[in-house]
Structure formats: C-alpha cells, structure tokens
Design a protein around this ligand. Structure first.
Ligand SMILES: [Zn+2]
Length: 248
C-alpha cells in the first residue's frame, strides 16, 4: 500500500483529504506547465477560473480585460444559461478567454454515490458521462469551439471516472495552486497565494462569486504577478508543452 501510495504521488495523483470509510479514495490531479528550457525567458503561469453556477465577478472579469490577462474559464451549462452578458464579453475577447468544460450541472465526476462538500456525486458511470457530455453540448450551443479540457465539480474524481473522461476525449484539468480555497478565503490570503505563483504553475480560482472577498484578492494577486513580468498562458496555448501529470 505504501508503495502504491508513493507511485500515485509520483504520478501527481494526490489522495484527497475526504474522510475514509468509502471504498475508493478520490483523486485530486495536479497539473503544471513544463518548465522553460531557457531560463532567461519570463516565467509562465496559467490562470484557470471556474464558473460553477451563480453569477459573474466583474471585478475579476474587468481586471482581466483591462490588463490583457488571458485565462481559461471552466464553465457549466448552468452558468452559461444565467450569464449571457459575461459570456458576450468573453466571446468579444477570443484572444483572452478560452472556455472549457466544467460539466452540465456541476455534479462531481465520481461514479459511485456519495457526497463531497455536501454535493451529491454523479453516482454512476452513465451519470459521469452525461455530466461531461452535457457540459460540452452547452458550450457548442453557445457557439464555442469543442472543449478539450474537463474539470469536474469539486476537482475530485474517482479513478474509474478519470479513465472514462479520458475515453470521452478530454484531458483532466488539475492545478498546482489553489488560489482562493473554493472562493472562501480572505482577500489577503487569496492575493498572497496567487502572487506566490512560479514558472509552470496552474492556478485555480473562481469567477462566479461576486460577493466574496476572495475575488478582490485574486485581482490584486494577478496585478502583482503582472508587475513581476509573468507571462500568462491559457491551457490550449500550453498544450503540447504542458504536462497532464495524471496520464502516466
Ligand atoms: Zn465548480
């Protein structure tokens, strides 16, 4: 078991902190961009933002547009239905925003019934497939290119769900820095975590909680990174150079 755990950690699969008592441990894949070969080039960081449901944090959206910071936005079918105005802004800046698949209904991609942070999982392989395919269909319905990346609600997966998602043709969008702790962190702590990003980091944060303090901190942290000369990239720009650590 210890050896298995060790090799899982080596493969970038972190065993989650979800309490034991369930048969299958959930996985929280990490994702990093490959380090630069030329140390003289500016550090590269990928900003990924989840739009789970709810509304749009315009503090973040305007900061990205005004400062020309590209980002990969993981949208659900629910969010797309309720945020037409924000979607138009993103569509008007195709050079900045890459939209990817965060599922149809924001249901965790776990194929056995259980609860994660109080949210019921998809619960079966068919329901995981439906969540993934409904998310892609919602993007297509809104005139978006076919998504290549999938990030499930809560970013936790059962190992068999990961295999299934890959079979459906998607790469799993892990991350290396949890920027806003599910949008629940203070502005100060969010800014600190985001500003600490180094070359190759993939930041996860949220763009759907306009009333939370974390959004203010995210905008501040991004400004600090920009001032340091960080080059922001989207997951599709990094594709080919990036590594999805879970593919081993
Ligand atoms: Zn989400």
């Amino acid at each position: 078991m210890r050896l298995l755990l060790k090799s899982m950690i080596a493969a970038g699969l972190l065993v989650s902190a979800v309490p034991a008592g369930h048969a299958v441990p959930l996985l929280e894949p990490t994702l990093r961009l490959k380090p630069h070969e030329d140390a003289a080039t500016p550090p590269r960081v990928a900003l990924t933002l989840d739009a789970c449901g709810g509304k749009t944090d315009n503090r973040i959206l305007s900061a990205l547009v005004e400062n020309r910071i590209p980002a990969t936005i993981f949208v659900t079918g629910i969010w797309l239905k309720r945020n037409a105005e924000a979607l138009e802004i993103m569509k008007a800046h195709p050079d900045l925003f890459e939209l990817e698949n965060h599922g149809g209904h924001h249901v965790p991609a776990v194929d056995t019934p259980r609860k994660i942070y109080g949210i019921s999982t998809a619960g079966s392989p068919d329901a995981v497939a439906a969540e993934v395919e409904d998310g892609a269909a919602a993007l297509a319905k809104n005139g978006q290119p076919a998504p290549k990346w999938f990030r499930g609600a809560t970013a936790l997966y059962s190992p068999s769900a990961i295999a299934l998602i890959r079979k459906l043709g998607f790469k799993i969008a892990g991350y290396s820095i949890n920027g806003d702790g599910g949008s629940l962190l203070s502005a100060k702590e969010t800014a600190r975590r985001v500003a600490a990003a180094k070359d190759g980091d993939v930041i996860i944060a949220h763009i759907n909680q306009p009333t939370h303090a974390a959004g203010e901190g995210l905008a501040k942290g991004l400004m600090e990174l920009k001032a340091k000369g960080v080059n922001f990239v989207r997951l599709d720009d990094a594709d080919g150079e990036g590594t999805d650590d879970t593919t081993d």
